[in-house]
Design a binder for this molecule. Structure first.
Ligand SMILES: [Ca+2]
Ligand SMILES: [Ca+2]
Ligand SMILES: [Ca+2]
Ligand SMILES: [Ca+2]
Length: 272
């Protein structure tokens, strides 16, 4: 391994042979802070108050089906099996004993994986959420800490991804997960990475169209088309050296960049 040096000026990256780079979305995440999300982003409810619609998506009936509520459309993805909005017509009278997350109807899934598309480009996306542990209903499966991943897409292009660790999300109380991006997106894949069908419940979804303004720098690195994962990255500028590593998508980020000229070094293999 050797250090290949990328000179970065503003958002322009001069890449070397064998390496390619891309600008990743700069993201700000919100966990258990809905008030700040709404205040910062200007987002509003996209779904409105959830209706009591019952099972709206079922892989055994129509794997390609969709369900539109307000300005968002829900669809199944690989690994999904069903989505219910409220419990009307289903054998179980209510999903969550407390009527959470908002005291009204909630959204429940078999395996917690689905796609949520927006009616146009958005920059802010979030939802009411509850992860039951001691309060899980009898039909909710065996509770465990479930880590959630949100993949933000602009059409076919993945523009950003965030994770909310199950150990970070508070249990048994109403909470909120949200993300604010400086890059527009129009659909989000929500994945419970545990692969467990233990229930988490969703409330209203919120979207906003004001872009996040980020003062730092991020980038993604590929080597011969594959993400460069776990590579050491350091940023040199006036002040202390900042270090990080690339994530599973080959992306890295530094905050608090002052001025426009700095140098980013990424450790990667020598390309023959
Ligand atoms: Ca869980
Ligand atoms: Ca949790
Ligand atoms: Ca789950
Ligand atoms: Ca479930």
């Amino acid at each position: 391994m050797t250090y290949r040096t990328f000179i970065v000026v503003g958002a322009t990256v001069l890449s070397l042979a064998g390496f390619s780079t891309a600008q990743a979305a700069n993201l700000k995440t919100y966990l258990d802070n809905k008030a700040a999300f709404l205040a910062d982003t200007g987002a509003a409810s996209a779904t409105g108050v959830l209706p009591d619609a019952g099972r709206v998506l079922d892989v055994s009936i129509d794997p390609l089906g969709s369900y539109t509520l307000g300005s968002v459309t829900f669809a199944l993805t690989v690994g999904s099996d069903n989505v219910a909005v409220g419990a009307s017509g289903l054998a179980i009278p209510d999903w969550y004993p407390e009527g959470a997350p908002d005291g009204l109807n909630d959204i429940a899934l078999g395996f917690e994986r689905m796609q949520v598309s927006t009616s146009g480009p958005v920059y802010a996306f979030g939802f009411d959420f509850i992860e039951p542990d001691t309060t899980i209903p009898s039909w909710g499966g065996t509770p465990e800490e479930s880590t959630y991943e949100l993949l933000l897409f602009d059409g076919p292009a993945l523009v950003g991804q965030v994770q909310f660790l199950g150990t970070d999300t508070p249990n048994d109380v109403n909470t909120f997960l949200g993300v604010w991006s400086d890059t527009a997106f129009d659909r989000v894949l929500i994945n419970d990475l545990s692969g467990n069908d233990d229930d988490e419940y969703f409330g209203e979804f919120y979207t906003g169209t004001a872009a996040y303004v980020f003062s730092g720098i991020t980038g993604c690195v590929q080597v011969n088309g594959a993400p460069l994962v776990g590579a050491k990255v350091q940023k040199m500028q006036n002040g202390p050296l900042q270090k990080t590593t690339t994530d599973a998508a080959g992306c890295y980020g530094f905050s608090a960049v002052s001025g426009k000229k700095f140098k980013v070094q990424i450790q990667g293999p020598v390309i023959p």
